[in-house]
Design a protein around this ligand. Sequence first.
Ligand SMILES: Cc1cc2nc3c(=O)[nH]c(=O)nc-3n(C[C@H](O)[C@H](O)[C@H](O)COP(=O)(O)OP(=O)(O)OC[C@H]3O[C@@H](n4cnc5c(N)ncnc54)[C@H](O)[C@@H]3O)c2cc1C
Length: 438
Amino acid sequence: MTEDSCDVFVIGGGPAGSTVAALLAERGFHVVLAEKDRHPRFHIGESLLPLNMPLLDRLGVRDQVETIAMHKYAAEFNSPQHERIVTFDFGLAWDRSYPLAYQVKRSEFDQILFDHCVAKGAQAMQECKVTAVELKGRDGAQVKTRAADGAEQSWDARFLVDASGRDTFLAGQLGIKKKNSKHNSAALYSHFEGAQRLPGRAEGNISIFWFEHGWFWFIPLKDGVTSVGAVCWPYYLKTRRTDPSTFLLDTIALCPALAARMEGSKILQAAMATGNYSYESRHMVGDGYILLGDAYAFVDPVFSSGVLLAMTSAFLGADLIEAQLRTPARAPALIRNYNRTMRHGVKNFSWFIYRMTSPAMRALFMNPQNHFRMQDAVLSLLAGDLFRGTPIYRSLRVFKTLYYVFSLFMLKQCVTAWLRRRRAIRDEGEISMTGSRA
Ligand SMILES: Cc1cc2nc3c(=O)[nH]c(=O)nc-3n(C[C@H](O)[C@H](O)[C@H](O)COP(=O)(O)OP(=O)(O)OC[C@H]3O[C@@H](n4cnc5c(N)ncnc54)[C@H](O)[C@@H]3O)c2cc1C
């Protein structure tokens, strides 16, 4: 085994890892990043939020991302219980500075971010898996890697970044990962060609379709490809008796409004599934290490918040790491800010995520009202505008109060939905998606 050293070692070359590696390499640190896969590789998480835009600008990759992206100006909501379709236009949010977002193939997006960190001077290795970490308190960490050819290497790092995504490398090792006791769902998804998009400027908008067992996303990507996925209660995925792709197509057929948009389309790759994904780590910063993005927490994809949270954590994390290594007296305040900001982001999205399948929430989304600027505030949340001090919280509180009032008026349906949700949260079983269950 060869031995080497660096200032900062980053586990994972997804959006969080590549972003923090670029920012720190640019500031003169010797950054080493290990990515177990090779880019371009498939990854789920294709719909970005408007507040990703300033981050792409600050990183200096917006022009490159523009070449691979569809423009998303709005999110469209479809409910079988309501006659009309409702569109939430980002251009009408509280602060209208960011009226659009991107839809991207993650294979291309992640490649851009990865190449960017290399261009900034990070030593980034692909098909190189981190196999072991020994934390050494304020002295950083000893990291072991294994390359595709089996070569093993040991790295002495002054600071360790875990950006390993849902693999949650460090949280797993430290035993600090806890299952979300308030949420549990699973997703089944694939890429399609020939799905019917919305007309004109709305072509790149995301569509959300509620159905009996959860909800669907319809994300138009460049080159005519559309990402379609069902986020369901785990019990539903366990009813599968066919191969995953047939099951996805059968599930789409349960939602007539989506089925109409998918008529004549062709599935491009075998459907994939992800389950048991709602978790949080007990802490996100320790002596000599930090957890970024999904390596810290993930709740649910409904508001497309994952990449925004991952990149936000990378920007804040870079400042914190720089302070820790160069001006330690500044670090405690930045650590407090990191903890506060990331918890604030997860908490605000979570309140809506937990209630998304409630009949009261659906009624509110399908009948938007702008009294007390409630709709502006909800739009800002949907745009990811949670970290700039935009004053949306009083209006969000009014929206939340209205949600509870609606719940009382729809008590029977809401209690039924709540009981169903509680059963789903208690559902511990693994979801297998390999082969046929026939
Ligand atoms: C079904 C579903 C749909 C989603 N839809 C959206 C969406 O529309 N929009 C959105 O913003 N988010 C979405 N997300 C969330 C999004 O996928 C993540 O939040 C985002 O990718 C997090 O970025 P990250 O950099 O933290 O982790 P990742 O993107 O997962 O990157 C982690 C990287 O670490 C590497 N790695 C892991 N372990 C090791 C190791 N031991 N050694 C070396 N490398 C390692 C992995 O190969 C990976 O490349 C969705 C998630 C799910 C489950």
